[in-house]
Design a protein around this ligand. Structure first.
Ligand SMILES: [Zn+2]
Length: 72
């Protein structure tokens, strides 16, 4: 990861990309905090192309087959 921000200590708001406010960290405002929360709650969280995405799709089990196998 490379940061081109002038102040390395200031993190970017993951929602809109503005510098995060300390009181709303890691967001820039209450609004962005709410947006993020709503995304989590609705299960469609996606970082809007500001930083690299984290690969965390390990919930699926491709080997699993719930259908009852009808053997004869
Ligand atoms: Zn923001």
């Amino acid at each position: 990861m490379s940061e081109a921000a002038p102040s390395p200590r200031v993190k970017k708001c993951p929602i809109c990309g503005k510098p995060a406010e300390q009181r709303f960290r890691p967001f820039c405002s209450k609004r962005c905090s709410d947006v993020d929360l709503n995304r989590w709650l609705s299960g469609v969280y996606a970082v809007p192309a500001v930083e690299a995405e984290e690969a965390s799709e390990t919930d699926e089990e491709p080997d699993r087959d719930d259908r009852p196998s009808a053997k004869s």
